[in-house]
Design a protein. Structure first.
Length: 293
């Protein structure tokens, strides 16, 4: 595994890690979830590398190895993550491995990025895991709905105003977030159709441009990325070849998966092969087409 610094649009560095496979058949970009460091995905990246795929993980600006000394200096939004940070790592991978197809796996907001980033046009196929329109009203369970509403609409704005960033670590909510990310995320959760109702983003048109195969995974015990919220996210992606899979924990022999559990190593033998097989299947399709040509 190789540690890298990829230049961002503002001249700062995006901390990334590259797993290289012998005779690799494709490059997989692993787009992380909100407030989640790339280290969380290390075991999954190692698994995909063992299946014959190069894998690139990274941290959005303000997170993990892309965090500056003072997080208040990171002036980015969630939309910037999806367009600029994803674009930077995609261009870097395309330049580093010009002969290989690019694939992507996006977790939560990383899945949003696959739908919205203009750099998605460089991809051959993508996997969305626990990606959903994060409208507060769609969250399952009154207690969880109230908790998230308080975090995003009350605590978030107050703490960002007081501290200049969102102290998620102190609250047990993952990595700290830049204030611009937290504010934009909170505003989107209040809109009926999430970021599709943000006129500055033009998200519906961008999602409609995606015309590649997408594998979309939801977990039955995920209160956030439930079928209603996933369907809301996918609705504008009318030109994508979408394959939906809803995973029920008891049917695959595990007690719980939730929003984060897919990437935990204890589920490697049960959950990861399906995604690995799907990604490799799209490499085979490309190789067959190349040989036929």
């Amino acid at each position: 595994m190789e540690h890298l610094n990829i230049p961002a649009v503002d001249g700062t560095a995006i901390g990334a890690s590259l797993w290289t496979a012998g005779q690799a058949r494709a490059v997989v970009l692993l787009h992380p979830a909100t407030a989640v460091s790339q280290t969380f995905y290390q075991a999954f990246a190692t698994y995909l590398c063992g299946r014959g795929l190069h894998v690139l993980t990274y941290d959005y600006r303000g997170i993990g190895r892309s965090r500056p000394r003072d997080l208040r200096d990171t002036k980015v939004s969630m939309a910037d993550w999806m367009e600029d940070d994803v674009g930077a790592v995609t261009r870097w991978a395309a330049a580093r491995f010009p002969g290989l197809p690019l694939l992507a796996v996006g977790h939560s907001v990383g899945g949003h990025a696959i739908l919205l980033a203009s750099s998605t046009s460089a991809l051959r196929a993508g996997v969305l895991i626990a990606a959903h329109a994060g409208v507060t009203r769609t969250i399952r369970g009154a207690a969880e709905r109230l908790r998230i509403w308080c975090v995003l609409r009350v605590l978030g704005p107050l703490l960002c105003r007081a501290l200049g960033y969102m102290p998620c670590r102190r609250l047990g909510l993952g990595e700290d977030l830049p204030a611009g990310v937290m504010r934009q995320w909170g505003r989107w959760t209040s809109l009926p159709h999430y970021f599709y109702d943000d006129p500055a983003l033009d998200a519906a048109r961008r999602a409609a441009r995606v015309d590649m195969p997408l594998l979309v995974l939801g977990m039955e015990d995920d209160p956030w990325a439930n079928p209603t919220a996933i369907a809301l996210l996918l609705a504008p992606a009318v030109n994508a070849a979408v394959e939906r899979r809803q995973i029920v924990p008891r049917e695959v022999g595990v007690a719980a998966i939730g929003h984060m559990g897919f990437f935990r190593k204890r589920h490697a033998d049960i959950l990861w092969p399906g995604v690995g097989d799907w990604l490799l299947g799209h490499c085979i399709e490309r190789e067959a087409a190349h040989e036929a040509g």
